[in-house]
Design a protein around this ligand. Structure first.
Ligand SMILES: Cc1cc2nc3c(=O)[nH]c(=O)nc-3n(C[C@H](O)[C@H](O)[C@H](O)COP(=O)(O)OP(=O)(O)OC[C@H]3O[C@@H](n4cnc5c(N)ncnc54)[C@H](O)[C@@H]3O)c2cc1C
Length: 529
């Protein structure tokens, strides 16, 4: 099967077994879960119903079909926070268009190391989703992933020169061989008419385009993965918040659960677990702190809120079929790079522009204004103060963004689309990001824009902090987690997982064989996508 997921590599997939499909495993699972009591701990508790928990649960279900799994979600549905389609930008991050993955070195050359790593990680995610679809464990991929060209668009002579050099550095790598460059407005206009309509002919502009990009509805994917997990006997507890947790003498964890499904006073209970994953998004830091593991000490969270502009005007939507990333303003955080995107959500196509970064003390969109203050501990206050001192540029940038009028915000869209008219667009609130602040031997504290996997030394608990590149790399992040938390089981699991995700097997990109295979896959994809 060939879809926006890419070539299925069926030749390699076909021989492996799919344990979660067997009726026997379903019945064993159902028994395992229904008999779990505080004295018989659940094998795996997933805190939070976002893409990370859904991904980890699905991978575990495939390699250990008899393990009992429970998901606790504080809201009344899964994927209501960052993983919701309208709370994130839905970009399948593969470094095809994001300039922050290709920094310029002091000697003027372009470093593509990070771009290659991000692309490879996204391929792993695609392979996993493709595997689940091929094995009929997920429904058709059109419901959660769509082929959408990825473009980068820059203005000004210096940026045009940078983009040309970036293209030259990337296009020689097989993962980026379809990347096209243009500085001719006519060509750019063919790729994305709204970028050039009524733009001054004197302005130097350039763009790159890759047709192998994707738009992903991570909310729909989370729901489908959760449905799959439930169909195999995993229990989903909505409106159940984990309020605290502690490790018991036998190494298992006792979690306190607040049941908010009742209108009357909430009910409290406990659940014991052999392994806990804190996939609570912005809520992960407070829970890791409550768990008291030394590995979480010194971490702080820096919340960044966001706004998007959205249009559903069919005339505009019909003229733009791409995700077009620009260049970040000086001092702005990498995740606030503006982009004009086609979004396909629940069968409806619209355009999204943003994000506009802002500041809020909440760690979750539906969180509390006290979140930031309650996360300050003796163990992280030095880190947080050091970050505040060293990141004045970011503070100034956020203050200027927060205080900008909506009209001034809107004008940024006109840099991309000179004909943009405010009457076509509405502001929507994006998801909340919590960037990681961590201790540093020399600087005392640094702000990180990536994700940070925290795992306890005994492998019984793990949590994920940060938000970028986020959902796109959920699969490799969760495989990494399994390797770190389950070192004994992992070699056997890895062999099985590599049959589902060939990129997990050791690869030699420089070998001619691997190049040829990749090119054949790409050719298939181009013919059929
Ligand atoms: C503005 C923005 C744009 C983004 N754009 C992209 C993009 O284009 N591409 C991309 O790949 N990634 C993107 N991301 C990142 C991506 O959305 C996140 O990395 C990803 O969704 C995080 O998934 P998660 O499961 O960790 O968290 P979430 O989806 O936030 O899920 C966490 C869940 O835990 C629940 N929870 C919290 N505390 C508790 C508790 N105590 N008990 C029970 N439940 C709890 C929450 O209610 C929530 O449902 C973007 C993020 C933002 C904010």
């Amino acid at each position: 099967m060939i879809t926006a997921l890419g070539a299925s590599r069926e030749g390699r997939d076909i021989h492996h077994s799919t344990p979660a499909l067997s009726a026997q495993s379903l019945s064993i699972e159902a028994v395992a879960d229904s008999t779990a009591t505080p004295s018989t701990p659940v094998d795996v508790v997933l805190v939070g119903g976002g893409i990370m928990s859904a991904t980890l649960g699905s991978i575990i279900r495939l390699v250990e079909p008899t393990w009992s799994i429970r998901i606790y979600e504080r809201l009344d549905a899964v994927a209501q926070e960052s993983s919701n389609a309208w709370n994130n930008a839905g970009t399948g991050h593969a470094a095809l268009c994001e300039l922050n993955y290709t920094p310029e070195k002091a000697d003027g050359s372009i470093d593509i190391t990070k771009a290659v790593a991000i692309n490879e990680q996204f391929q792993t995610s695609r392979e996993f989703w493709q595997h689940l679809v091929s094995a009929d464990l997920l429904p058709e991929p059109e419901g959660f992933i769509a082929s959408t060209p990825h473009m980068t668009f820059v203005r000004g002579a210096a940026n045009v020169d940078y983009l040309r050099r970036r293209h030259a550095a990337l296009v020689v790598h097989p993962l980026f061989s379809d990347l096209e460059f243009a500085d001719d407005p006519a060509v750019i206009g063919e790729w994305a008419p709204l970028l050039v309509a009524e733009r001054s002919a004197d302005e130097p502009i350039a763009a790159t385009r890759s047709t192998s990009g994707t738009d992903v509805n991570f909310g729909a994917l989370t729901r489908k993965l959760t449905d799959y997990l439930e169909s195999t006997g995993a229990e989903l507890h909505l409106q159940h918040e984990i309020t605290s947790l502690r490790q018991r003498k036998d190494g298992t964890w006792r979690l306190k659960v607040a049941d908010r499904t009742w209108n009357a006073a909430e009910r409290r209970s406990t659940v014991d677990a052999k392994f806990v994953f804190i996939g609570a998004g912005g809520g992960a830091l407070p829970l890791l702190q409550k768990a008291g593991i030394p590995e979480a000490k010194g971490y702080g969270g820096f919340p960044i809120s966001g706004l998007f502009l959205r249009t559903t005007n069919p005339e505009l939507v019909a003229q733009h079929q791409a995700k077009v990333y620009g260049k970040a303003d000086v001092g702005s955080p990498p995740m606030s790079v503006p982009h004009l995107d086609t979004r396909v959500v629940d069968g409806e196509t619209s355009l999204l522009f943003g994000p506009y970064a802002g500041f809020s003390t909440k760690f979750l969109k539906k969180g509390s204004l006290l979140d930031l203050f309650l996360s300050i501990r003796p163990s992280n206050i030095v880190t947080m103060l050091a970050v505040a001192k060293d990141n004045m540029d970011l503070t100034k940038y956020l203050i200027s963004e927060v205080t900008k009028s909506r009209w001034n915000k809107f004008k940024t869209l006109r840099d991309f689309m000179p004909t943009a008219d405010p009457k076509d667009w509405e502001f929507i609130t994006a998801g909340q990001r919590v960037q990681v602040m961590k201790s540093h031997p020399e600087k005392h504290g640094v702000l990180e824009f990536g994700t940070e996997l925290i795992t306890a030394a005994d492998g019984t608990i793990a949590g994920l902090l940060g938000a970028s590149p986020g959902a796109s790399t959920a699969v490799p992040a969760m495989v990494d987690l399994l390797e770190r938390c389950f070192p004994q089981q992992f070699p056997a699991w890895h062999r099985e997982l590599a049959t589902m995700m060939p990129s997990l097997a050791p690869q030699e990109w420089s070998s001619e064989e691997a190049f040829a295979e990749l090119e054949a896959d790409d050719a298939d994809f181009q013919k059929t996508a």
